[in-house]
Design a protein around this ligand. Structure first.
Ligand code: AHR
Length: 307
């Protein structure tokens, strides 16, 4: 770290160099890979020295990484918490060491919001609502029951909790929508496929799959095709993220609708980091701007898609 002092702008204000310790969730999805690339490239472009660690979807690894960044006296710590709960102790350790913390992508449920400077990321509840609104529109004319299966993200993670809640909020008012099965696929393609295979065996009458990310949806498509059904037709599919592979499946008619979740958080993260290291005030919450894609819109957007 530039000035070696650590904490509260000690080196950030000294020779101008900043060291960020970043604890990433893992490499579970196409979204995550794009997010990691964005963080790494943006740090370089901003002249910020990045210490990066991949927690392989384990909270204990993230806590270890954060403690090691505290020991190394980095200027700022940023992390994407794998689950929402259980962060207070380590966040207090960072605060005692006067090292500012930025939450990126996912939130924590700490009551003391003074444990971190800001939270940069998507509104996951809104993403779930957008998925639900598409479904309402798609089935607005019918009265028959609509049997939905849900592939949830990592248990206890903010996107899994919030995307479930937002979706439920929108479809909950109409009795014809029935979530007949809901299980975690841990945001991975392999788990998405495995769980969907089990859903298909247990429920011959699935109308809709709501997957909390593209990767699980893509794994589920393999399971659906393996069961002799046509994804996008026999079973309608809604996913979240809009990474290239998801967008391709949408353009090919295998997915019906995708709610975007942008992984390109790097540039904003570096701007926020510079400010907090200087001791400048930043907004408590920075929400990412996002859109949605139909099959036609995916065809048009694919050639320019960056990730
Ligand atoms: O936290 C963001 C989520 O994490 C993405 O939607 C998912 O693909 C990733 O693994």
């Amino acid at each position: 770290c530039g000035g070696g002092g650590g904490g509260a702008g000690a080196s950030g204000g000294g020779d101008g160099s900043i060291t960020m310790g970043f604890s990433q969730v893992g490499a579970e999805s196409g979204w995550r890979t794009a997010n990691t690339k964005s963080v790494q490239e943006s740090a370089k472009a901003a002249g910020i020295t990045l210490k990066f660690s991949d927690a392989q979807q384990k909270q204990e690894n993230q806590i270890k990484a954060i403690r090691s960044y505290i020991q190394q006296k980095v200027d700022v710590i940023a992390f994407s918490p794998v689950v929402e709960s259980g962060w207070d102790t380590v966040l207090k350790e960072a605060r005692n060491a006067k090292i500012p913390v930025i939450l990126t992508d996912r939130a924590v449920d700490s009551k003391d919001t003074g444990l971190y400077k800001t939270f940069l990321g998507s509104d996951f509840v809104e993403e779930g609502r957008k998925a639900g609104k598409w479904l309402l529109e798609e089935y607005k004319s019918g009265t028959d029951p609509v049997n939905i299966v849900e592939l949830q993200g990592t248990t206890g993670s903010a996107p899994a909790n919030d995307r479930k809640a937002g979706f439920q909020e929108v479809i909950g008012g109409e009795a014809k929508f029935k979530i007949i099965a809901s299980q975690t696929g841990d945001f991975t393609r392999a788990k998405g496929k495995e769980v969907m295979e089990a859903f298909l065996k247990a429920h011959p009458d699935i109308d809709v799959l709501y997957a909390h990310n593209d990767d699980m949806g893509l794994g589920a498509i393999e399971a659906i095709e393996g069961a002799g059904k046509v994804p996008g037709k026999d079973i309608k599919i809604i996913t979240i993220d809009a990474v290239k592979d998801g967008m391709q499946a949408l353009a090919d008619g295998k997915i019906n609708y995708i709610v975007e979740c942008s992984p390109l958080l790097g540039p904003q993260l570096m701007d926020l980091a510079k400010k907090v290291v200087k001791g400048e005030s930043v907004p408590a919450r920075v929400v990412t701007e996002e859109t949605t894609f139909t099959q036609e819109q995916a065809k048009a957007a694919l050639p320019q898609r960056q990730y």
